[in-house]
Write a protein of this length. Sequence first.
Lengths: 330, 330
Amino acid sequence: MVSRRVSMDDIARHLGVSRSTVSFVINDRSDIRIAEETKRRVWEAVSELGYRPHAAARSLASSRTNLLGLVTDIASSPFGGGIITGAQRAAWERGQVLLIVSVDSDASADTAMLEMLLERRVEGLIYATAGHIGVSLPDAASEVPVVLVHCEDVDGRYPSIVPDEEHGGYTATRHLIGQGHRRIALINLDAHFPADGRRSGYERALREAGIDIDPALVVSGSADAGAGYALTQRILRADDPPTALFCGTDRMAMGAYDAAREAGLRIPEDVAVVGYDDQEIVAAYLRPALTTIALPFEEMGAAAVEALNGDMDAFAGSTMRGWLVERASA
Amino acid sequence: MVSRRVSMDDIARHLGVSRSTVSFVINDRSDIRIAEETKRRVWEAVSELGYRPHAAARSLASSRTNLLGLVTDIASSPFGGGIITGAQRAAWERGQVLLIVSVDSDASADTAMLEMLLERRVEGLIYATAGHIGVSLPDAASEVPVVLVHCEDVDGRYPSIVPDEEHGGYTATRHLIGQGHRRIALINLDAHFPADGRRSGYERALREAGIDIDPALVVSGSADAGAGYALTQRILRADDPPTALFCGTDRMAMGAYDAAREAGLRIPEDVAVVGYDDQEIVAAYLRPALTTIALPFEEMGAAAVEALNGDMDAFAGSTMRGWLVERASA
DNA sequence: TTGTAAGCGTTATCAG
DNA sequence: CTGATAACGCTTACAA
């Protein structure tokens, strides 16, 4: 069917010019002046003969692959596909392509897959996770520039781009305070990185508003609906219960909804709720729809690509802000 | 730092053998007999000198890239990352790599991205979508083998692998019948492909059980919680209301929960609910946890890779079965 | 069983 | 402004 792929030689021969000329035209090299007429003819022949450059040959000759490796556990998670989207968009704008490798969330990083990426000569490596966690990469990773997204290198070797959890916690709490609440509970998640920041932000907002921090209003548990339910139930039963809940994750908020409902409380009239993550499927469909903090996934993905392309240091330890998505629960 | 990459020549020279010998050993070519001792020395040198094959050079020489293109809108969806996982696992087992390109769910297929994949010389193309829909691919796609996953080619040019919706509908309904229900409502979604099959399965199950199909119990709307809520509300108000609901999506089931709750009905005691999709975040965290039909995403992803590698026709129009995930709602 | 040499399809370096 | 010619790092007949 495909009578043989047409090569650069074919189009050069077809036009009676040299291969270099064709190459120059196709790569639009501005450092070399080529007659407009020649260019036109080259492009014409290209589309006429149906020529398509051969990426591997190009890489071999130029020793540039324009390939970026993205190792991640997010493809199989309901979460943060935004990182892929953002990274890919940024890469595409630079003529780069992502080689995405999805790994299990527990395997910190599969060596064989990394080895494969290096054989493909990726020119940079992004390591992204669904949850904000600590990771450790195989030594081989150091052969190319590396940036972590939404995770931190426990060995301290690579820069990482993570959400500004403190700011998120602050924003959520400020929002609640702005609506007149003074007794605001924090139903936090246990996980180290995200929890600590969210809590600091929560405390800062209260402090700034001159509200005393009541330790009885701060609890934590696993990041799921079950824990959200149990913790909320407990906290609503206390004397002098909160009028607002800031939940560490949307899933916890999901559980909080059930607990509130069972306690006969209306949302947001009797108790306001703010979540965290903006997991669309949960947040948008809860009734009432959940007000929550969105994480800057796309932005982080794009920033990672930019970091790989430019000044790595500019992004080292850099933190990116999410934002409040106001719906009906607070 | 990296003093210069070590090439095959380097290790050949280091060992005093020819490059071909090294190549044969590294590719473990069984059609050529090489002294065990030689093999050992080669591998030793490889790890000692830190040699890593150059994929592009290899592709150029062998005209095999071992690259498969995966164009999809699922990366940015909460859905079906399983397709990626399954496809990648199957590809990896064959020494192949996926070049994943994520596109917006509305763009049926971006031509520029496809062009890029073809320049990279992908040896096959998988086009996968989050929802079971109809799509149309650019002509250029036909230059390589193509399989669609979870979608169907409206132009009828390519085979596709889709879930067996009829079987899913049948399974869900059978389950409800098995629990003694006879008045089972179908809160279906509107979308063409998935809805029709689920409905046929529902009807077949009823027919087989000798239960009359009551048109008043079959309704449909958009695939979200809002519609699920409204439709359920309406159907529960009818005289002789159903004792069980089979919802076209988990999100619709989410809405159904709210409607049932507001009607003062307990799940599953007063009304049983079965969903569809097994969107973990919804299904597992609803209270009570939702019994639902899981779609065979990983299986479809893997099947696509296999189809691309072998007999395409064996998979043409092939349909894969999902399964019931029994939780607490029915 | 191992070596030689000719590509694979580009880019890059120099002359012209 | 254009054209030879040598890489790029590997696979693969074909010889030895």
